[in-house]
Design a binder for this molecule. Structure first.
Ligand code: URA
Length: 211
């Protein structure tokens, strides 16, 4: 393992340990497991969901329930797999009964997300769902309109000092019982595939057409 890789791994393991023993907000009282996130520390793409659900809380891993299965299919559509991306959530512990996370809970968890972004330093962040989009746009100092307007759009943002591309899309859970929503998600993941190809091209030529 290259020295830099080893250092990243050490930093992430320390961070995961902190997240697993975190008591900064009341969600620690009802969690079975915290869900720090998982994937490649060299990932070009980082996916950010909202918060763990029941299955994620039981297993301590992100997106392992029905929405996760759909996410796997969408990743495949974009020519990606779980091992090469990094997947996490805005909030690392399950809110009881899957309620929306409170603003104070998101704030308590923010330094963890910041550190993850710093360690991985992705080229592109894809937010999954409205809550994650709102949170990331706000942290980047941008105003969001609506998820339907923002989905599939690519912006260049500065997030915790890192210049990164941001593409919001819908939450996979919203598509489970709605074929129309699923179609929109598929559109966005196909666009993601194209965008990743553009990022690989010499000088990232053609990137301007996304803005
Ligand atoms: N929904 C999310 O937002 N995150 C998960 O990890 C699972 C479901």
């Amino acid at each position: 393992m290259a020295p830099k890789e080893g250092e990243k791994k050490k930093k992430m393991l320390e961070l995961e340990e902190k997240i697993r023993s975190c008591t900064l907000c009341p969600l620690y009282k009802s969690r079975k497991n915290a869900v720090p996130g998982e994937g490649s520390l060299e990932a070009r793409v980082m996916f950010i969901g909202e918060a763990p659900g029941r299955n994620e809380d039981l297993q301590g891993r992100p997106f392992v329930g029905a929405a996760g299965k759909l996410l796997d299919q969408l990743l495949e559509l974009a020519g990606l797999n779980r091992e090469e991306v990094y997947i996490t959530n805005v909030v690392k512990c399950r809110p009881p009964n899957n309620r929306d996370p409170a603003a104070s809970e998101k704030k308590a968890c923010q330094p963890y997300l910041e550190k993850q972004i710093e360690i991985i330093s992705p080229k592109l962040i894809v937010t999954l769902g409205r809550h994650s989009m709102m949170e990331i746009l706000e942290l980047a100092g941008h105003r969001a309109t609506s998820i339907m307007r923002e989905r599939g759009k690519v912006r260049k943002v500065r997030l915790f000092g890192l210049e990164v591309l941001l593409m919001p899309t819908l939450h996979p859970a919203a598509a489970l019982y709605n074929p129309g929503t699923r179609k929109l998600l598929e559109e966005d993941f196909l666009r993601l595939k194209e965008l990743l190809r553009t990022l690989e091209s010499p000088g990232e030529s053609g990137l301007e057409r996304y803005f």
